[in-house]
Design a protein around this ligand. Structure first.
Ligand code: GLV
Length: 330
């Protein structure tokens, strides 16, 4: 009798089908977002699961699903998973790093450019039929080329954004991270470490790429926004909750910063109502990694992880991208 696994959200059917060679698969072609109770019910008798950011895997879920051994998240972020609780129970957790780095960096750059050059705001104006004549100061924004790019969180995606800014747009790149990068990495992306206050004060364009955790909750709130230049933009492609959305909406409305680009929101898919009414923000529905090629690569990596984590396939026992590899050694 093959092991049973769960694919919690719809994914590319041809990629999900690869699991069927090894397991009995329950999937979710209707793509319902299950409640925690529904998820627990579906996980009964399953040894592994492919999850997304919509499924919370915490101690209560683990306790209710004792047969679960592998949780393979189809995302690089895994703040939906209590990794410590998984490790304590010997449950391997995997994510999908690397395959989405460049695509996500492209999107972060696009949002930053859209915010700074007021692309969405001016497009809405045109569509409303308000464009009747050219004006010298119509939708004037702030330059990206030659400006100071500030990056909060300098992991793989932050570094890819830094390279775009420095090498493609002649930007001065500063970053803040808990730990300073090695000088070889800093040189490759032409970026310098600064403290957080300096980052906020000096950035013309602040891009937030720091993972969400209790420590990064509201890392940018009213006090941090008050340090920023009135001409600055803020782009968040990390996670909702890293930015205090209510404080950001106030700062945008009062023009204490110029504009923002947001792909992630506190409590998404709900969006703070004040963000929906301020004009100087570009809003997208958590799609930074959404190129066809990259989303397929993410699904494929999640599937490879699950096959290997449950001891099948050519890499049996060695999932390619474990988050808590210590579980594999026990
Ligand atoms: C998307 O937000 C991801 O973490 O992959």
């Amino acid at each position: 009798m093959p092991d049973r696994v769960l694919v919690a959200r719809a994914a590319f059917p041809d990629i999900v089908d690869r699991l069927r060679a090894h397991f009995e698969v329950e999937d979710n072609p209707g793509d319902t977002v299950w409640t925690p109770a529904q998820l627990i019910e579906r996980l009964q008798g399953k040894r592994g699961a492919v999850t997304t950011g919509s499924e919370r895997i915490d101690a209560a879920v683990l306790a209710a699903c004792p047969e679960l051994e592998a949780v393979c998240n189809m995302a690089v972020g895994y703040n939906n998973i209590d990794v410590e609780a998984c490790t304590a129970r010997g449950v391997i957790v995997t994510n999908t790093p690397d395959v989405l780095t460049e695509t996500t960096a492209d999107f972060g750059f696009a949002l930053m450019m859209a915010a700074s050059r007021r692309i969405a705001e001016s497009e809405h104006y045109l569509r409303r039929g308000e464009w009747t004549q050219w004006r010298y100061d119509m939708f004037t924004g702030t330059d990206v080329h030659g400006a100071t790019l500030g990056i909060l969180g300098m992991g793989r995606i932050g570094q890819a954004i830094a390279r775009r800014g420095a090498l493609g747009f002649g930007m001065r790149v500063i970053y803040h991270n808990r730990s300073k990068l090695g000088s070889d990495v800093e040189a490759a992306c032409r970026a310098s470490w600064v403290d957080k206050h300096t980052l906020l004060r000096e950035a013309d364009h602040l891009v937030i790429v720091v993972p969400y955790s209790a420590a990064s909750h509201h890392a940018v709130g009213a006090a941090e926004l008050a340090l920023m230049k009135p001409t600055a933009t803020l782009t968040n492609i990390a996670r909702g909750g890293v930015v205090d959305d209510a404080a950001l909406a106030r700062a945008l409305r009062e023009r204490r910063i110029a504009a923002a680009g947001l792909d992630v929101f506190e409590g998404e898919p709900r969006v703070h109502p004040d963000l929906l009414t301020v004009p100087n923000v570009v809003l997208t529905p958590h799609i930074a990694s959404a190129s066809v090629t990259t989303r397929r690569a993410m699904a494929s990596l999640a599937v490879d992880n699950l096959i290997a984590a449950l001891g099948q396939g050519p890499s049996a026992g060695k999932p390619p991208t474990p988050v808590n590899p210590e579980v594999l050694r026990t």
